[in-house]
Design a protein around this ligand. Sequence first.
Ligand code: SF4
Length: 227
Amino acid sequence: MLSIIEIYRSIQGESSFSGMPCTFVRLAGCNLRCSWCDSEYTFSGGKKMSPEEVAADVQRLSPRGLVEITGGEPLLQERALLPLVEYLLANGYQVLLETSGERSLDLVPRRVHKIVDVKCPQSGEGGTFRLENLHTLTANDEIKFVIAGREDYEFARSFTRNHRLDEKAGSIIFSPAFRKEATGSRDASHCLVDPRELAEWIVADGLNVRLGLQIHKFIWDPATKGV
Ligand code: SF4
């Protein structure tokens, strides 16, 4: 059985699919505690559902298209999750998997589009990335750094260069962290590093990376869940 927080349809907000309609399956539980985490409501609880029940809900929301598996950390439930992923792939869905990078990706089917975090120092979870996961990446996959300040940026820049990430993944995303208590205005004032400043650093250093903005936080109130 899977432990599910929510299944809903919205707009994909933070990858190369940003802006595309997408069905989200959010799983409960995480073994990390990132300082800026906006998903603390996933840390406990969850409704027990079989992979078949989850698939039926996904099909009811959309008979085709993008499905993102997220959390929490979905790979904490890998044994029950993989049959769901296989079913969705076999039925023509394009499957995205958001993961912290701390769990092994060895068993994730290569057709899954992985969006893999590398935690930066200011998250409080630096050093948790499993380096062996680099060998599982393909041109379909994305590496994401959530950046809360200059220290994080310099870490992400070094990691990108030292591990030649542009030869391993299809996209490398540098994304400003959002204040987790952010609410009200839908603008960049909630970002822990100014997107303009981050853009200037990227350009000045000649990095071949994508500046990512969590567009759902600019479309809806940043505190809104289920979007
Ligand atoms: S890995 Fe994701 S869900 Fe877990 S604490 Fe970090 S941001 Fe939150």
